[in-house]
Write a protein that binds this ligand. Structure first.
Ligand code: GLP
Length: 248
């Protein structure tokens, strides 16, 4: 596990974006695992800026997103598919067969989960980007989710719905369910990069790194991953034992 701490955000986001660029330069057929939320937005801006300067080629890139709300179409402003089109997919010229996300409108959600899980098994993820929820969730794996879970339908925690309400017109518009990669799906990625910034992540980061490895903090299992990189700002790291940390 490598933890790097930053005073300023631009260098943090630049360094994380560089990991993804490097993976694509090393292997043009690389598979990226991607995340949504506010945390990845600046990382995606760096990727787009580099792509526009011809820094890398996306023709053979494959991407998988972590999760999607149930009941929102890809064209709905709040869907994660729409978020990804707007912030990354379109700008990187990714074709529909290169970019994967669960279909939250599938008539049979269980089959959709199985389809997605199988697709990931067929295209193993080389580098997975993760944020963290303020309750320690990763993707939409809420506290209590079994560590051996695969892609599944989840009922969202009220804390998660409140945290994500800022992207909707009102709390009641936030869907109650989502499809998410499971914890075992995420743990299969060759490399995991978790990014957390801001004071409202400090407790989750402390529980993840210094609490017990327990399903009550889904992110804590990441400590068992052999190739985990954590990027934090000072606020997200403010409750940690500082001897663990390197400076970026
Ligand atoms: C959502 C996503 C997670 C993300 C979390 C934190 O719940 N499903 O993948 O990590 O939000 O988002 P933010 O980066 O906006 O704090």
């Amino acid at each position: 596990m490598h933890i790097t701490l930053y005073h300023t955000h631009p260098s943090l986001y630049r360094d994380v974006a560089q990991l993804f660029i490097d993976s694509l330069r090393n292997n043009p057929k690389t598979v990226w695992g991607l995340a949504t939320g506010s945390t990845p937005i600046e990382i995606y801006k760096h990727l787009v800026a580099h792509y526009q300067k011809d820094a890398f080629d996306t023709r053979f890139l494959t991407t998988f997103n972590l999760d999607e709300y149930v009941g929102l179409s890809a064209s709905s402003d709040q869907s994660y598919a729409h978020f990804m089109s707007r912030h990354l997919w379109d700008a990187l010229n990714l074709q529909p067969n290169q970019r994967h996300i669960p279909n939250g409108l599938a008539s049979d959600l269980v089959s959709e989960c199985e389809r997605y899980e199988t697709l990931i098994l067929e295209h193993p993820i080389h580098i997975q980007l993760l944020g963290i929820g303020s309750n320690g969730h990763i993707a939409f794996n809420e506290p209590g989710t079994p560590f051996d879970s695969k892609t599944h339908v989840v009922t969202l925690d009220s804390k998660t719905r409140m945290d994500n309400a800022r992207f909707f017109d009102a709390l009641h518009s936030v869907p109650h369910q989502a499809i998410t990669m499971g914890i075992s799906t995420i743990m299969k990625a060759q490399k995991i990069v978790l990014v957390a910034t801001g004071q409202n992540k400090a407790k989750a980061i402390q529980a993840m790194l210094e609490g017990p490895i327990s399903e009550s903090c889904p992110a804590s299992i990441l400590r068992n991953h052999p190739n985990l990189f954590i990027y934090l700002d000072d606020k997200a790291a403010s409750l940690l034992n500082t001897h663990l940390l390197n400076r970026g």
